[in-house]
Design a protein around this ligand. Sequence first.
Ligand code: COA
Length: 257
Amino acid sequence: MEMESPSPFPSPFKGDILKGKVALLTGGGSGIGYEISAQFGKHGASIAIMGRRKNVLDDAVSALRSLGIPAVGFEGDVRKQEDAKSVVEATVKHFGKLDILVNAAAGNFLVAAEDLSPNGFKTVIDIDTVGTFTMCHEAFKYLKKGGLGRSSSSGGGFILNISATLHVTASWYLIHASAAKAAIDSLTRNLALEWGTDYDMRVNGVAPGATGDTAGLSKLMPQEIMNKTVEKLPLDKVGEKWDIAMAALYLASDAGR
Ligand code: COA
């Protein structure tokens, strides 16, 4: 099964830039998360993906393995600290260490602020923001310089948090996701400061705009609005999952240090 976005371009990177690395991706079974999983795997990494839906995980793992990528899936919900802990531990048990954490899991739906219940707001904050922090928190002891499973010669590991551009200005009917992604950008900067300084870790973010062929786009932007939006874009197209994965690949590689 081929789940990646078709791209007319070959990767601009050498095929071994993540050779020997172990990556864990939340939301790695679909959308942007899957595309990053596949591209990291194609460039040498072993891949663990975490998600709530077993069928999505199974399909993604089969697709990754059919590309020759060592891959494993672990069921879990980033809102549950015990799931975050057990999936990080299972990844290290399976592959021997952890080098890269990508937080791509997210929840979203279109709703006017006056119709959104506080629990609906909290649900998205819990998945996106608290989930991202919880995964970072549980992965830290393996990712820090000198951490569990790390060789004495390797430095600290890498965290990539996927946010969005919703909060740069304001977005209709996305107050929950906008607030959640703004908070993710904030925690990315703070972890980069604290863990970069003290533990030789890199913590970066990628903030995609509307991205083609994702659940987010089909759920949040009806085709009619999409067509009008694209007309106004200078390149007449929205970004592709491949674009995001290539940015992620560069940041995860040693060239991104
Ligand atoms: N509109 C308004 N409120 C909604 C909603 C919608 N479309 N979907 C959920 N909510 C509210 C619920 O009403 C509930 O609040 P309440 O208790 O006050 O009624 C709260 O959110 C929790 O809903 P629930 O269905 O229990 O949450 P869940 O954990 O099962 O679902 C979601 C999580 C809501 C994020 C779900 O949409 C999801 O899992 N989506 C898939 C991931 C995704 O969206 N990916 C794209 C990322 S861009």
